[in-house]
Design a protein around this ligand. Sequence first.
Ligand code: FEO
Length: 394
Amino acid sequence: MKPIEITKGIYNVGVNDWNISDFHGYSTPYGTTYNAYLVTDEKIVLIDTVKSEFTDELIYNISQVVDPKNIDLVISNHTEMDHSGGLARVMHRIGEDKPLYCSKMGLKNLPRHFRQKWNYKAVENGEDLSIGQRTLTFLETRMIHWPDSMFTYLKEDKILFSSDGFGQHYAGHEKFDDQVSEDIMIHAQKYFANILLLYSSHIRKLLENITELGLEFKIICPDHGIIWRKDPAKIIEAYVKWCRQEPKKKAIVVYDTMWHSTEKMANAIASGISDEGIEVRPMYLRKWHRSDIMTEVLDTKAIVIGSPTLNNGLFPTVSDFLTYMKGLKPQNKFGAAFGSYGWSGEAVKLIQKELEAMKFEMLEPGFRIQYVPDDEGLDECYQFGRRIGKAISG
Ligand code: FEO
């Protein structure tokens, strides 16, 4: 990727990672980007780096704008290694004594990653740094996405360098929001649902603080995906909505199956929900990746989960999904459980227990059918779905 000039003297010198397909458990069929930003003023500033294996490319990109040795200071907005992986080689190249700005938590976390005594400068929330004609303001944004996360705001140009905030795992030839279709919002929603959902309350407070401070954003530059320059308000408004976790009148039926019995139950339940006029999608766990299901969970009211009983427990894919969803702490959900079983039939109770632990409002007692559902059993599933649909309708 060539350096992309965002506005006069400010460049994205990051890289595309076309081939990554799994980002710590999140499926990334479109790859991702690690954006890093070069701000050239009286001082030359590098904001973030890239994953370590892309460091040569980062340094090459920088060198197309300035000699990397002329970088005066580095800002680490976030310690996670998709943004800090290139730091050791960058610091070595530009001079180990150059200042490395980070948050107070960054000061703790960076040495735990790199075991280096760099010239760290821990900043306060709201602290300004003049770099010549321009001023950078540091904004503490704990847990968006790690305790060390911060944003950097360029006052004069009204540009927000937002680290993981407002990102998308999407690599393409397009670099700006005016070059992509509406589909980019699906990538942004997936990113929010899988990376940031459990920090919704932090994000809500941050957005309120931004409003109180009266900060204006002409351009938002995240560390992943496209840059928002045409309509930055669009992604802010989406975050305001997603943080509230106000679901649509919608259900998903997430299941796995051994001999198609739980599958038949899932389809009959979905049919019952649909016949109440509710949007519904059965999601077979060996077809849908957990992270794509989470994207649906974000705006779904009822999560209905089905599992056969395998060796007195849950089917492994169902267990995997429940563990993943539990960690992301979705709120304001209805839940229900079902499944086919042979003799012991523990799975349905185990699903219920997990959904209750997530504070889902359970709509129905768990529903089980032994072995293969007959017509009467499928009608019971359908009626189970109708009742769920009615509850969603309110
Ligand atoms: Fe893109 Fe939390 O790192």
